[in-house]
Write a protein that binds this ligand. Structure first.
Ligand code: ADP
Length: 498
């Protein structure tokens, strides 16, 4: 058995290739960003060809840097930004248009119409999701209706759909496949049968032959082509949506275990075991993972659209910081938020509100407000949005969180993590290997080929790096949260989506 397992992590802002050893330690990585294409307000696109090119480059560069090759790898796993929708031609391999990214809100009318016609409840019951611009089904419908030639080619079986895992798997192996975690984000899969559902497909008028085959997240997906970037044949045996991958990377294998990933957005997932828990408080019911022939494991998820990307907004649009890390130094110049709150509802509000009519606001401004207060309110917004979701999760599950496991780019920000412990009132814990997304995909791939024998073996790889303890009084916490909830109220019903 070779010594290492590799993973491609195709994220929202970048693509990375990582190699791990048996202890789950990072051996090598290479990472490249791709362009965020913003053609109109609310529209967010990626070029699928660029994403594939970046994938090729990061694999080849990692091999060049390390002198490792495909023969050193036992298996390859894929993890990806979820919901982002690609349609391409089966014969030519060419995309018909740019990928529509999960943050894109162009399908707000499709989502509103589903709700108005009463189909929303069927989608909630079968797919575990509320109709929203976030998920792939509406994006695919939009492409079928608006891009010339797609509908006809789809009826002929030539135009095919996939999220970016499927797009990469197609290019790497020639197979048209996905896993149930990715499929559970489309509004098209029945959560109980883990199969595409004809009634759901009819809501979006999607021809079934466009859809990839759904295979277990840990299992055989295909063999890499020897003329591809790995320059050899390797079994691809893991595929998980990025948040589910991070849940696996954080070894949340037992019901009641949860993690929160702080990236472009925030995603809190709670493992609910084999039980499909339906949320009454605005969370999503989703597939956590399916390993081989084992029964599928479900999760409750709180998805927050804008967290780390609000820090990018301070840098790129406001220009008040020159890099993400500077948000910490700037925010540290003031002792508190000076009474202001920033609700970054740039694309509406996701969990637990699901309000596409919300837009961002900074409230409570006075003559004394400075850049530092705005930076502090941005970091607080990351934490308050997480508190909204934790509260919903506790209400749904009846289980009180005793520690929050965290990962993702924003967790480099010490101030923000301390605020999170203060705002939640529970300790926040970060593992040594912070690249839990790529690690989770590697775990899924390695389990399938016997590189790791069991999830118990993986649990031993998890080690704590840092822990932040709450320091605020209950009164301080309650007053801060009341201000946040008031601010959220001010952002609702801002744009007309009907
Ligand atoms: P993704 O996988 O979604 O692309 P990452 O986990 O790589 O995200 O995290 C990137 C995000 O983290 C960016 O939105 C960036 O603004 C934010 N970020 C990175 N470092 C910091 C920091 N020190 N403080 C605050 N935010 C940060």
């Amino acid at each position: 058995m070779p010594d290492f397992v590799a993973a491609v992590d195709q994220g929202t802002t970048s693509t990375r290739f990582m190699i791990f050893d048996h202890g789950g330690n990072e051996i090598a990585r290479h990472q490249l960003e791709h362009e965020q294409i913003l053609p109109k307000p609310g529209w967010v696109e990626h070029d699928p060809t660029e994403i594939w090119e970046r994938t090729r480059s990061v694999i080849e560069s990692t091999f060049t840097k390390t002198n490792l090759s495909v023969s050193d790898l036992a298996a390859l796993g894929i993890t990806n930004q979820r919901e982002t929708t690609v349609v391409w031609n089966r014969r030519t391999g060419r995309p018909y248009c740019n990928a529509i990214v999960w943050q894109d809100t162009r399908t707000d009318r499709i989502a509103a119409e589903l709700e108005r016609s009463g189909k929303g409840d069927v989608i909630r019951r079968k797919a575990g999701l509320p109709p929203a611009t976030y998920f792939s089904g509406g994006k695919l419908q939009w492409i079928l209706e608006n891009i010339e030639g797609v509908r006809e080619d789809a009826e002929n079986g030539e135009a095919i759909f996939g999220t970016t895992d499927t797009w990469l798997l197609w290019n790497l192996t020639g197979q048209h496949v996905t896993d149930p975690t990715n499929a559970s984000r489309t509004m098209l899969m029945d959560l109980e049968t883990l199969a595409w559902d004809d009634e759901l497909l009819s809501f979006f008028n999607i021809p079934r032959q466009m859809l990839p085959e759904i295979k277990p997240s840990s299992g055989f997906f295909g063999t890499t082509r020897s003329d591809g970037p790995l320059h050899g044949e390797l079994a691809v045996t893991g595929d998980l949506g990025d948040q589910q991958a991070a849940t696996v990377g954080q070894v949340c294998f037992r019901p009641g275990e949860a993690k929160n990933t702080y990236g472009t957005g925030n995603f809190l997932l709670l493992n609910t075991g084999h039980e499909l828990v339906r949320s009454k408080h605005g969370l999503l019911t989703t597939l956590c993972y399916q390993f081989g022939d084992d029964k599928p494991v479900y999760a409750l998820e709180g998805s927050i659209a804008v967290t780390g990307s609000a820090v990018q907004w301070l840098r790129d649009q406001l220009g008040i910081i020159s890099g993400a890390a500077q948000s910490e130094t700037l925010a540290s110049q003031v002792a508190d938020n000076g009474g202001i709150y920033f609700v970054p509802a740039f694309s509406g509000l996701f969990a637990p509100y699901w309000r596409s009519d919300a837009r961002g606001a900074i409230v409570g401004l006075t003559r004394a407000t400075t850049n530092a207060h705005v930076a502090r309110a941005t970091l607080e917004a990351i934490c308050y949005q997480s508190r909204d979701v934790v509260q919903a999760m506790e209400n749904d599950s009846g289980v009180k969180l005793d520690v929050l496991r965290v990962d993702g780019g924003v967790t480099a920000n010490q101030l923000c993590m301390q605020m999170q412990a203060d705002i939640l009132g529970v300790p926040v814990s970060k593992p040594v290997v912070a690249e839990t997304t790529a690690l989770g995909a590697a775990y899924a791939a390695g389990l399938a080929v016997g590189f790791w024998k069991s999830t118990a073996e993986l649990e031993q790889n998890w080690n704590e790096d840092r822990r932040w303890q709450p320091s605020w009084s209950e009164e301080q916490r309650a007053a801060g949260y009341a201000g946040w909830q008031k601010a959220v109220g001010r952002t609702l019903d801002w744009v007309d989506v009907n």
